[in-house]
Ligand binder design. Structure first.
Ligand SMILES: Nc1ncnc2c1ncn2[C@@H]1O[C@H](COP(=O)(O)OP(=O)(O)OP(=O)(O)O)[C@@H](O)[C@H]1O
Length: 626
C-alpha cells in the first residue's frame, strides 16, 4: 500500500476553511445533460496555497466557480462546507475574495487609488477606522511590491500603465485589502511572461503564509519553480480527481503508480499524463484507459486512507473524511449564492462619497472628454455669434431667433449624450465585477456617476449659452435670461439621464451608438421646429409630449418671443407685428413656460428611473436552472 501524502492541516487548526464532498455538476447542452464534475471531494486549510491543475477542459474553472458560488446555472449535487458549516450566502460572500482572470479595473486610476477605493468600499466603517484602512492599503502595496508604482495609472488599451504582472498584483491587492478568509484566483498567470507569473505566485504564497490565508487558484502550465511553490495540488482529468495532496508528494505518488517523471517540468508531466490523446483512435483509447486507471487508483487510495487503521496523520484521511459526507442536491444553495447581491458594508452616503471622489478623479482625467466638449462649445459660441450677430427686431430676425434657440436645444443633447454613453459603457465590466462582490449599492454608484458628469457638462455649456445670448441680442432682461438658462439646464440634466438609459439598453456599443442618435432624431422631429406641432397627424401628435426637445424649445421660444415687438419693413405684405403672432403661427401658445420646464424635469427624472432600472437589470446576476 502506498503511503498517503502528509497534510497541510497543521497550518490552520482543526476545521478546513473549505471542504467539499461528492461534487457532481451537470449542465444542459444541445446534446442533453452533460456531467462536468464527477464526485470531486477535498478540503483546503488556512495558510495553504492550493493549485487546481489539469489539461484544457479538465474542469478547473468549473470546480473553482462551484466552490466559490459563482456557477450561473446547472445542477449541483454533493456537499460544500465553509468553516465546517453550510455556506451562508451573506457571510460566505463577505469572506471570499475572487480575482478574475481579466483584470477589470479603471485604467485612469492609479495603483494606490484602486486599492484605496476597494478598502474604503469593502471594509465596514464600524470595524475599521480610516487610518486602519490606509494602513491595509500600504501593507498590501508593500507586500505585493507595488509601492514604487503607487502613483502609476493602471492603464489599458488606450494609455500605457503598469505592467501586466503589476496589474495582476493590483487585482490581488484589491482583493486582499478586503480582509478575506478565502482568496480565489482564476488563472492568475495567464497572459504573463514566466518571470512575472512566478512572481505573482511567489507573492501569493507569501500572503497565504503570512496572513494564514487559504488561497485557491487554477493554473494552466506552471513552471517547475512555480509547482514547487504550491502547498497542495488538485489534479483533474475530464472532470474527475486524479490527485489531491501535498504538491511535494505528487511526483512520488505517480512514480509509485508506474509513471516516473518525464522531462524537466513536473507540471507538463502531470498535464501529459492526464490528457486524452485524440491523434488516433488507438491513442485515444490508450490515454482514456490510463486516465481512468489514475482516477480509480486515487479513489482506492482515498477509500483505504479513510479506513481507521490507515488514516492517522494523513491528509488524504482528512479529505476522504469530507468524501464520506452524504451529499444532496445543492443546486438551490448554488443558485442562492450566484443570485445574492451582498448587502453593502457601509452607509449609502459614505459609499456615494467614496464613489463620487473616484468618479470625479476619473472624469477629470478624461482630457479628451473635457477638452473636446469645452472646445466644441467655445467654437460653437464663436461660430453662432457671427451667424446671429446682434439680431434686430425685423422680420428676418424671427427666423434667426428661432434658429439660434433650436441650435441651443440641439447642443444641450448631442455633444453631451454620445461621450457619456461611451464613458459609462466602458465602465460596465468593472461595474459588473464590483456588483458581484457587493462593493456598493447600485443607487450609490448611479448617483455618484451622474453627479461626476454635471460640472463637466454644465460649465462650458453655460459659458457658450451666455455668449450666444448676449451677442445675438436676445431680449435683454435678467428674468428671461435665467428662464432660458433654467430651461436648457433642465434639458442638460435630461440628456445625462438619457445617456445613462442608453448606456444600459445593450452590451454592444455599436448598437447603442446607432440607436441613441435615431431617438434624438425623433426628438428633433417632434420638437416643433422641423414640423409644426399642430400640423402633425393626431396618431403621432402625442409623441411631442414625451419629447424633451419639444418642451425645451417651447419654453425657449415663448420666453424669447413673448413681449417682443417686431418691425414691419416697407413693402412687407405679410409680417408678424409681435412675438405673440409668431408663437400663434408656430403653435406654441398653449403650454405656459413653467409647465414646459416642469414637464421636462419630469421626463428627465423618468430617464433616470429607466436608466436605473436598466442598470439593475443589465448587471443583475442570473441562474439558469436545468
Ligand atoms: N455551462 C456550460 N455548458 C456546457 N459546457 C460547459 C459549461 N461549463 C463548462 N463546460 C464544459 O466543461 C468542460 C470543463 O470546462 P472548464 O472551463 O472548467 O475547463 P478548464 O479546465 O478550466 O479549461 P481551460 O483550461 O481550457 O480554461 C469543458 O469541456 C467545457 O466546455
Amino acid at each position: 500500500m502506498m503511503a498517503c501524502p502528509s497534510s497541510g492541516k497543521e497550518a490552520g487548526g482543526d476545521t478546513p476553511v473549505l471542504s467539499w464532498s461528492g461534487l457532481d455538476y451537470d449542465v444542459k447542452t444541445r446534446d442533453g445533460v452533460r456531467r462536468i464534475l464527477h464526485g470531486i471531494s477535498g478540503s483546503v486549510w488556512a495558510g495553504e496555497l492550493v493549485a487546481i491543475m489539469g489539461s484544457s477542459g479538465a474542469g478547473k474553472t468549473t470546480l473553482l466557480n462551484v466552490l466559490s458560488g459563482r456557477v450561473q446555472g446547472g445542477r449541483l449535487h454533493g456537499d460544500i462546507r465553509f468553516m465546517g458549516a453550510r455556506r451562508d450566502p451573506h457571510s460566505f460572500k463577505r469572506m471570499l475574495a475572487f480575482v478574475e482572470q481579466d483584470d477589470m479595473m479603471y485604467p485612469s486610476l492609479t495603483v494606490e487609488e484602486t486599492l484605496r477605493a476597494s478598502a474604503q468600499l469593502r471594509l465596514p466603517d464600524a470595524k475599521y477606522s480610516r487610518a486602519e484602512k490606509e494602513a491595509r492599503v500600504e501593507e498590501a502595496m508593500r507586500q505585493l511590491r507595488l509601492s514604487h508604482v503607487r502613483d502609476t495609472a493602471i492603464g489599458g488599451h488606450a494609455a500605457r500603465g503598469v505592467s501586466g504582472g503589476e496589474r495582476k498584483r493590483v487585482s490581488i491587492g484589491a482583493a486582499l485589502v478586503t480582509d478575506p478568509a478565502l482568496l480565489v484566483l482564476d488563472e492568475p498567470s495567464s497572459g504573463l511572461d514566466s518571470s512575472s507569473a512566478e512572481m505573482v505566485v511567489a507573492l501569493t504564497r507569501q500572503m497565504a503564509h503570512r496572513r494564514n490565508l487559504c488561497t485557491l487558484m487554477t493554473i494552466h502550465q506552471p513552471s517547475a519553480e512555480m509547482v514547487a511553490l504550491f502547498d497542495k495540488l488538485i489534479l483533474l482529468a475530464q472532470g474527475k480527481l486524479v490527485y489531491m495532496g501535498p504538491a511535494a508528494q505528487a511526483l512520488p505518488y505517480f512514480e509509485g503508480l508506474g509513471h516516473p517523471l518525464v522531462g524537466p517540468n513536473p507540471a507538463s508531466f502531470f498535464i501529459d499524463l492526464t490528457t486524452i490523446d485524440f491523434t488516433s483512435s488507438e491513442a485515444t483509447h490508450k490515454s482514456e484507459a490510463r486516465v481512468q486507471a489514475l482516477v480509480d487508483s486515487f479513489a482506492t487510495l482515498r477509500q483505504d486512507a479513510a479506513q481507521p487503521e490507515h488514516s492517522a496523520g494523513s491528509s488524504i484521511a482528512a479529505d476522504s473524511g469530507a468524501a464520506n459526507r452524504a451529499g444532496s442536491d445543492i443546486t438551490r444553495e448554488a443558485a442562492d449564492l450566484a443570485l445574492l447581491e451582498p448587502t453593502a458594508p457601509n452607509s449609502w452616503l459614505c459609499e456615494m462619497l467614496v464613489l463620487l471622489r473616484r468618479d470625479w478623479t476619473m472624469t477629470t482625467r478624461n482630457r479628451a472628454f473635457i477638452s473636446g466638449l469645452t472646445a466644441l462649445y467655445m467654437a460653437m459660441m464663436v461660430f453662432a455669434s457671427f451667424v446671429f450677430f446682434q439680431l434686430k427686431r425685423d422680420q428676418q430676425s424671427v427666423q434667426n431667433r428661432i434658429g439660434a434657440l433650436f441650435m441651443l436645444v440641439l447642443l444641450a443633447a448631442y455633444p453631451v449624450t454620445m461621450p457619456i454613453i461611451t464613458v459609462v459603457m466602458a465602465g460596465r465590466p468593472v461595474l459588473r465585477r464590483e456588483r458581484s462582490g457587493g462593493m456598493y449599492r447600485m443607487s450609490a454608484y448611479f448617483a455618484a456617476r451622474a453627479l461626476s458628469f454635471y460640472p463637466i457638462v454644465f460649465v462650458p455649456y453655460v459659458a457658450m449659452f451666455s455668449g450666444i445670448y448676449f451677442v445675438s441680442h436676445m431680449q435683454y432682461d435678467a428674468a428671461r435670461f435665467f428662464v432660458a438658462l433654467g430651461a436648457l439646464s433642465v434639458l442638460l440634466f435630461s440628456s445625462v439621464g438619457f445617456a445613462f438609459a442608453m448606456a444600459f439598453i445593450s452590451d454592444r456599443i455599436e448598437v447603442v451608438l446607432s440607436v441613441a442618435p435615431v431617438i434624438l432624431a425623433i426628438f428633433m422631429l417632434f420638437s416643433g421646429n422641423i414640423s409644426n406641432a399642430r400640423a402633425i397627424t393626431p396618431v403621432l401628435r402625442w409623441i411631442r409630449f414625451v419629447c424633451t426637445f419639444f418642451y425645451s424649445y417651447a419654453a425657449l421660444v415663448q420666453n424669447e418671443f413673448d413681449g417682443l415687438v417686431l418691425l414691419c419693413g416697407p413693402g412687407e405684405a405679410a409680417c408678424y407685428a409681435t412675438g405673440r403672432d409668431v408663437l400663434a403661427a408656430l403653435g406654441f401658445d398653449r403650454l405656459p413656460v413653467r409647465v414646459c420646464v416642469a414637464a421636462n424635469l419630469a421626463l428627465g427624472a423618468g430617464f433616470y428611473v429607466i436608466a436605473y432600472g436598466l442598470l439593475r437589470w443589465a448587471a443583475k446576476p442570473r441562474y439558469l436552472w436545468l
